[in-house]
Ligand binder design. Structure first.
Ligand code: IYR
Length: 237
């Protein structure tokens, strides 16, 4: 192991260091893994029809643990995953979410341009899946922390950090054959109260989680291809 030269890395920091323990692959092995992982992730879709088949709690725990490995601003890990498995709470979330979505879709709170933008997704105010799924996870962002002395602690890059954790959560679930979707029943403030969360936390996204129903369908949407999302500014590296 090479020594860390404080002159080359003046910001190395004050903590202790251990050797990096992540995997190292040959280019060939990396390429094969890359293809497999792309195929797996490219089969992910937001699912709105679920089976009521039970999902072992340990699978959800594993997905949350995986999400918790996400990088975060100042390594503050500003996320809380609230797990709901009891039917009574699911029904309360279902009712409150539909109440908000009815105002959005039916009572004109959602502007026409927004309605137009999501029309091809086939969504509507009814959110039956919130009653069907065995689990709901509500991910909260911690806008600031509270230190041991009860003082407010500033959190950095909260949305970026929680967004990355959400992505890793979705990938972990998909890797297990579990389905989910990112539901944001806006406004979501009712979740803070309903789930008894402290005032430094704000709901970020609702994840209904379960096995897809055998009849589940998803809209034909296609994805942008690589040349549409990659800008190559030249060079061979
Ligand atoms: N939150 C609403 C509306 C909605 C908004 C977007 I942006 C979507 O991509 C999908 C739906 C709902 O969940 O129905």
């Amino acid at each position: 192991m090479s020594e860390i030269d404080p002159d080359e890395y003046p910001y190395t920091g004050v903590g202790e260091y251990v050797p990096y323990a992540g995997p190292r692959f040959t280019d060939e092995a990396a390429s094969e893994r890359a293809g497999l992982f792309f195929s797996l992730m490219n089969s992910r879709r937001s699912v709105r029809q679920y089976s009521d088949r039970a999902v072992p709690r340990e699978l959800i725990d594993a997905a949350i643990a995986t999400a918790g490995t996400a990088p975060s601003g100042a390594h503050q890990q500003p996320w809380t995953f609230v797990l709901i498995g009891d039917q009574d709470t699911k029904l309360k979330i279902h009712k409150a979410a539909e109440d908000e979505e009815r105002k959005n879709y039916i009572d004109g709170r959602m502007p026409d341009d927004w309605k137009d933008a999501i029309a091809r997704l086939g969504t509507g105010w009814r959110k039956d899946y919130l009653k069907t799924v065995p689990w709901i996870v509500v991910l909260f962002e911690q806008r600031f922390g509270i230190d041991d002395a009860g003082e407010k602690q500033k959190h950095y890059y909260v949305k970026e950090s929680v967004g990355i954790a959400a992505g890793m959560f979705i990938a972990a679930l998909h890797n297990m054959g579990l389905a989910t979707l990112t539901h944001t029943p806006s406004p979501m403030a009712f979740l803070t109260k309903l789930l008894g969360r402290p005032s430094n936390e704000r709901p970020f996204v609702v994840f209904p989680i379960g096995y897809p129903s055998d009849e589940a369908v998803v809209p034909v949407l296609g994805r942008k291809n690589l040349s549409e999302i990659l800008v190559d500014v030249g060079g061979d590296s």
